[in-house]
Design a protein around this ligand. Structure first.
Ligand SMILES: [Zn+2]
Ligand SMILES: [Zn+2]
Length: 221
């Protein structure tokens, strides 16, 4: 299928996700012909004034595109450390050329992230359901880091603003370097001079990038 159709599905999905009606997506009447052919292909239902709903097939396809886009954002911003605007541009290109298999590999590498850098949910893939950890992910929730390891905070996955504010005020910010001292009974991390104890439920919201082991680094790897 073509990129234009993908872009319309993406727009409908995002409009729906924000709780708007599909007519508000602002693509009628310019995209009338395209929407008619999408309706004929069973992707959308349309009425006299524009798109009414996505069919199950349309939604499944939209989810796939959104998933690729948001995974690409995570990859480009968190792992490749590109600026948000550059990452956004890249993500828009990625969503049209990555296969589902590649998306699942990226998802696994990133530790099956649940949100994009903007806090929007990433639709789950096969890999997330299987939770097969064949590759050791570079990005993991703090709750999965081994004790004694160094890591850098990439993002906080929480939707609770109070929790986010509390972590921020303690210095748990994107870019902060930490060492995990212990995992039980609570997670104890060292952030510069500060030692903090965190509950499991909080540790699993903090996504970190593992730092290469010192030994490996010394060998120039
Ligand atoms: Zn995003
Ligand atoms: Zn996954």
């Amino acid at each position: 299928m073509n990129d234009k159709i993908d872009e319309i599905l993406e727009l409908l999905y995002i409009t729906d996700e924000r709780g708007g009606s599909l007519a508000e997506a602002g693509i009628w009447p310019e995209a009338r012909n395209l929407l008619n052919s999408m309706a004929a292909d069973g992707l959308v239902e349309i009425g006299d004034d524009g798109p009414l709903a996505m069919t199950n097939a349309g939604r499944a396809r939209a989810e796939q595109i959104i998933r690729l886009h948001r995974l690409a954002e995570r990859l480009l911003e968190d792992v490749l450390e590109l600026s948000p605007s550059v990452a956004e541009e890249g993500a828009c290109q990625f969503e049209h050329c990555l296969s589902t298999d590649v998306a699942d590999s990226i998802c696994t590498l990133l530790g099956h992230p649940t949100t994009c850098p903007h806090g929007r949910p990433i639709p789950r893939g096969e890999c997330c359901r299987r939770e097969k950890r064949g590759v050791e992910p570079v990005v993991v929730p703090l709750s999965e880091l081994e004790s004694g390891k160094d890591a850098r905070v990439l993002y906080i996955g929480t939707k609770h603003h109070d929790r986010l504010d509390r972590l921020t005020s303690m210095g748990v910010l994107p870019g902060a370097e930490l060492r995990l001292h212990q995992r039980r009974p609570t997670f104890v991390i060292q952030l510069g001079e500060t030692t903090l104890a965190l509950d499991q439920s909080i540790a699993q919201d903090i996504f970190v990038r593992r730092k290469a082991d010192r030994a490996k680094k010394a060998m120039g790897q």
